[in-house]
Design a protein around this ligand. Structure first.
Ligand code: 2E6
Ligand code: F3S
Length: 310
């Protein structure tokens, strides 16, 4: 092994940064009896650190004692979750990413205009559950891939619109949208779907990085959609690619015959985990060249909810 190349941008996006700040500010303001519905972001290291600081993680708001403070994760929640929280007199702090909320608004706008909505996304993912739950059952039909376009059933005589999960593959989404437009010529929606800037930028950087290295490491959780898509991009480019939670997942055998390794990380993966991987590689393969590949520099920032601003 001779060199590693670190992709920029990688790691935390503005939505994750904001979500973690929401929890930190809530701890300052309300003390430790704070409940968190779902993982704040899909990363065990982040979740464990907050657990240590007293945050209590639950799956649903019915596990939260009446009158407590509850935070909703960056992935957004269904409408009924706000109602359930209100019924329990919970103080809600919403860490939903503004770019996920934008998709929720699009869904409602299309519904109010009388359109049936097709959502492109992964069944069971927290964001998809939240988006489906913006509207009454049956208003949105979920499709997961290009094959679903051929078989999806939609109500007759209704205009159609599509929306997407924010963290899908750029290339795959483009193909699904093309197939939708071919089958339903009148369908409306954003040309590149609702993929967020961070998803697009991390994939663009990894795509170029894969041309410079013979193996890709992505630091991120297995249940992180955006991180998984980065690893798959490496595989699609024909290089060995691994999604690792942290340095402990590394297997020395992976590096046999490998001269250069590209490293990226998902939008929910803390940089400290990347640096531990770099240190492991430096210790094992010294002398090692460390290069940076800067595709672009991001500047997006999101404000905290008003009640948590200084
Ligand atoms: C919220 C929305 C999108 O699995 P996924 O990639 O959606 O989520 P995380 O928590 O890994 O990444 C951040 C995020 C939050 N992305
Ligand atoms: Fe938001 Fe995209 Fe991050 S939807 S939480 S900016 S990955």
């Amino acid at each position: 092994m001779k060199k590693i190349v670190l992709a920029t941008p990688r790691g935390f996006c503005a939505g994750v940064d904001r979500a973690i700040h929401v929890v930190e500010k809530a701890l300052e303001k309300y003390g430790t009896s704070i409940y968190m519905r779902h993982e704040i972001v899909h990363n065990k290291f982040v979740v464990d650190a907050l657990k240590e600081r007293g945050v209590i993680f639950v799956d649903e708001v019915d596990e939260v004692p009446e009158g407590s403070v509850v935070i909703f994760s960056a992935h957004g929640v269904a409408e009924h979750v706000y109602a359930d929280a209100e019924a329990r007199h919970l103080k809600v702090l919403d860490a939903s990413c503004p770019l996920v909320l934008k998709v929720h608004y699009s869904a409602k706008r299309h519904y109010n205009a009388g359109r049936h909505i097709i959502l492109i996304g992964h069944a069971g993912h927290a964001e998809v559950e939240g988006t489906l739950g913006q509207l009454p059952a049956g208003a949105i039909t979920l499709i997961q891939n290009e094959a679903d376009v051929a078989t999806v059933q939609v109500p007759e005589g209704k205009e159609l619109a599509y929306i997407t999960q924010t963290t899908l593959s750029v290339a795959e989404t483009r193909k699904i949208i093309e197939a939708l437009k071919a089958r339903f010529p009148g369908i409306i929606g954003p040309n590149a779907g609702d993929l967020c800037y961070a998803t697009g930028n991390r994939q663009a950087a990894v795509l170029d990085l894969c041309k410079q290295v013979d193996m890709l490491l992505v630091v991120g959780a297995k249940n992180s959609s955006n991180s998984s898509r980065l690893m798959e991009l490496g595989l699609e480019q024909g290089i060995k690619s691994y999604l690792i939670a942290d340095v402990n997942d590394l297997d020395p055998a992976w590096f046999d015959g490998v001269e250069s390794v590209g490293i990226s990380s998902g939008a929910s993966a803390p940089e400290v985990l990347v640096q531990e991987v770099v240190e492991w590689l430096k210790a094992k393969f010294a002398p090692l060249n460390i290069e940076n590949f800067i595709k672009l520099v991001e500047s997006t920032k999101f404000n905290l909810p008003k009640e948590l601003q200084d």
